[in-house]
Design a protein around this ligand. Structure first.
Ligand code: PMP
Length: 374
């Protein structure tokens, strides 16, 4: 029987061939590229051994290739999740001075709150509205009052809870700032082909949406930003230390890295990130079209040009229909569609591993439900 479609915001659905290879073919005995058995599962390997070394090197090289990461960026495989990065970034980059923050939703708010512990963290733009329409737009770049002395400017490029996405990275130079741009890209990393690295100083992302299991955090750090950490920065979270040890200063999350590597191979087999992006565009258009075409039965509050392709929070005109909708969806094998508790309503996350067929099934469930209850 086919597996249900899983719309979880994360940890999230993974490509079925990845799960099959990891669980069925390699759980007990991983084979190297030549097909030679290792006699052990990946969870049982030393991170310093030849076998894991091969997995790690292949994973990093594939990621660099898929996202066209320039040589001047180090890719760090870390632990702690994106929330730990909220501390790790100011510990490494702020030097205790000013940091600028753009507030666009729940995650960037938390980034700012954490940065206040280590730096003079300022809010330079925000989409907090006086009305109930909070976090439904992206602040226009020109509205940002950047500080002259900021050690970096932080932006969350896709707000997972509120469903607003930056479709282009801001060009800080054109806004008169030399500060490095720092991006939390947790919930849309590897979903679009063009990352303008020339605008970035640092990007980080938890793995558990588009990359693999929870427990792995990726950080892409421009080399010239290494070596600025505060004395109080834990050594295992010091980017310069992690970089100089090839992400092996302490034990990295080996199994999560292995699964990420399989996901990268899967992305490459799909035609790379450009092909994945086209699918993501089609999936999002289908779902937003169904919401907009429902005559108000389903409601999306996000401004159309800021709508996320990855996370689609939406509402029923009649809130009381939420529970019956979720019941109907679950009965059809459409899982984890509850909205975030702070927002309510429904939310469908359409990460890379969600096939178009999953969104088609969701849309047909929505249409039937509206016909029955409209
Ligand atoms: N930032 C964003 C954009 C997120 O979506 C999340 C998790 N949903 C986080 C930060 C927090 O990540 P973690 O739980 O891995 O620390």
């Amino acid at each position: 029987m086919a597996r249900p479609y899983n719309f979880s915001p994360g940890p999230a659905t993974l490509p079925e061939p990845v799960l099959a290879q990891a669980a069925a073919a390699e759980m007990l005995d991983w084979h190297d590229a030549t097909g030679r058995p290792s006699g052990m599962g990946v969870m049982e390997m030393s991170h310093r051994g030849r076998e894991f070394g091969e997995i790690f090197a292949r994973t990093e090289a594939r990621l660099r290739e898929l996202l066209a990461v320039p040589a001047e960026f180090k890719i760090l495989f870390m632990q702690g999740g994106a929330l730990a990065e909220n501390a790790i970034v100011p510990l490494n980059l702020s030097q205790g001075g000013v940091t600028d923050h753009v507030i666009t939703g729940a995650w960037s708010l938390r980034t700012h709150q954490e940065a206040l512990r280590y730096s003079e963290a300022r809010v330079v733009a925000s989409n907090v509205a006086a009305s109930s329409a909070n976090h439904t737009t992206m602040p226009a770049p020109a509205s940002r009052q950047l500080s002259d002395d900021a050690s970096y400017v932080h932006v969350c490029s896709n707000e997972t809870i509120h469903g607003v996405e930056l479709h282009e990275l801001p060009d800080l130079r054109s806004l008169g700032s030399d500060a490095p741009l720092v991006i939390d890209g947790s919930s849309h990393i590897a979903s679009r082909a063009i990352v303008d690295w020339s605008r970035l100083g640092l990007a980080y992302a938890g793995a558990q949406k588009n990359i693999g299991p929870a427990g792995l955090t990726l950080a892409f750090v421009r080399e010239d930003l290494l070596g600025r950490a505060l004395r109080i920065c834990p050594v295992a979270f010091n980017y310069a230390v992690v970089a100089s040890h090839g992400s092996m200063y302490n034990t990295p999350p080996t199994y999560a890295i292995y699964i990420a590597g399989l996901v990268f191979e899967w992305i490459a087999a799909q035609g790379g990130v450009a092909a994945i992006e086209q699918r993501n565009i089609a999936k999002a258009a289908l779902l937003y079209g169904a919401i907009d075409g429902s005559g108000g039965f389903y409601v999306d509050r996000v401004a159309p040009d800021c709508r996320s392709r990855m996370n689609v929070p939406f509402f029923l005109r009649d809130d009381a229909l939420g529970a019956p909708f979720l019941e109907a969806a679950t009965a059809r094998g459409l899982l984890q569609l509850e909205g975030h508790k702070s927002v309510g309503g429904l939310r469908a996350s359409l990460y890379n591993a969600m096939p178009l067929e999953g969104v088609q099934a969701l849309v047909s469930c929505m249409r039937e439900f509206a016909a029955r209850h409209g």
